[in-house]
Design a binder for this molecule. Structure first.
Ligand code: FES
Length: 105
């Protein structure tokens, strides 16, 4: 299992053990993380799964794909250098301890 920590805009922190292979959007929905809606089901069509990975993890995550990068330009909230779509991040042992902040709407 992979430990993932979400920090909601409210300041509430949620930590969960996620099965490898699960997208972090799906895991957030299962955990009831506020601010993650995943409206398109992970099909890169909504950007309602926006997260800000802790900067210490950026290198391990690697860059977004070109389609993810394009969609990040259409966020309702502000895009930041570390912005990612959590439906495009899959839990793996290399991400054990990852911290994701959910931006304020
Ligand atoms: Fe729609 Fe991630 S869930 S883009």
């Amino acid at each position: 299992m992979v430990r993932i920590i979400w920090r909601e805009a409210s300041g509430r922190e949620i930590a969960a053990d996620v099965a490898p292979g699960t997208t972090l959007m799906r895991a957030a929905l299962e955990q009831g993380v506020g601010g993650i809606r995943g409206e398109c089901g992970g099909n890169l069509a909504c950007a309602t799964c926006h997260v800000l990975p802790d900067p210490a993890w950026i290198a391990r995550l690697g860059p977004p794909s070109a389609p993810e990068d394009d969609l990040l330009d259409f966020l309702d909230d502000e895009r930041r250098p570390e912005s990612r779509l959590s439906c495009q991040i899959t839990a793996s042992e290399a991400l054990d301890g990852l911290i994701l902040t959910v931006p304020a709407p």
